[in-house]
Design a protein around this ligand. Sequence first.
Ligand SMILES: [Zn+2]
Length: 384
Amino acid sequence: MGLLEASVAVVHGKVVENFRMPSAEDAYYETLIIPGFSDGHAHPQVVDGGVREGRRWSDSYDWLERRELAVDEVKVRRDLELSKRLARLTLLRGLLEGTTLMALTGRLLANVKALLSLKHRPRAVLLPTVMDRAGWTLEEVREDYAKASYLVGDGMARMGIFVHSLRLAKESTVREAISLAAKSGAVLGLHLGEGVSERGRFLEVFGRPPYSIRIVPVHCIDDDMSSLGLSCVACPATNVMLYGRTRRDLSGISAFGSDWPLLLGTTPMHLPLMLRAFRDSPLSLLRSATVGGYRLYNVPHDGDYVAYDASLEEVLRERRPPSLVVVNEEVAVREGRLVEGGYALSDVRKAVEEAVKEALDLYGNGHSASSLLREHEELFMRWS
Ligand SMILES: [Zn+2]
């Protein structure tokens, strides 16, 4: 047995100096974070957020209606191979950035296949998206659900369901989604209050607590659901990019999500933006971005941590990728490279660009992948 030492450790959001813990081998790092980062809301098949210079939307429904995407989203998610590849790249990018738990919406079967294709992977909460629209209907999800429940059996993933939003799913769809998910003790996620208050409608559909299922609302720019015993996943990056505003403090929020991991990177890459947008202390934000997501989704975090050859200040403000990433006591990233395959973050980012290019070639309108990625990244950096 060896000893892992760190000059500074952040353990569940608390700073401990000169930290030591038993480990498989002797090692020293400047900064250690326990557990690793949680990405509480990620769409692994989103290759275009519709972000364009000078465009702004009032709320999520306005965005869904008026955005002009460079790619046909339904065709992308129906292409199981491509959807799997996008999900796999999302997971690899997440690991290399220090994300040890990801809540994945989108195409369930593709996400499950991506998880199973990797020996080392983040923990996952599987939240297939449902809405009353072709490509996302409950019937389509039900089919994948049966296959996925069979495939997920190693305890590293939790099942759930994601009702896209209250206006895009009838009450009967919500009820059926609950009964489908509740069978496996699952979580129900939904976009809520994304630019417009939906608390009233939520109460009409779900009533008051206690609820028969764990409910995790996402975004909540306009609703604080804490009086109903609910806590939210905030996605400040897409909030500011799409609507020009986000919540400014952690009231009613206990975790963060990247929303578009392939375009913007996973939660740790959003730390500079969080620090700028929120009034809370860096440590409170770090706590939400790490253990917060685990608690919200009730996922164990034993043996999950990330370590850096960089100071805590650099980790918080400079998007430093970790040197070491450990999930469930197994090393997934060593010296900034995936143990499986040896890829570094720059390799995976190149592969993301190739996959986005393929999606655009197959199902797009001629927009170039590099300019699409650049447009998203530039706007993201401007807000960070
Ligand atoms: Zn979302």
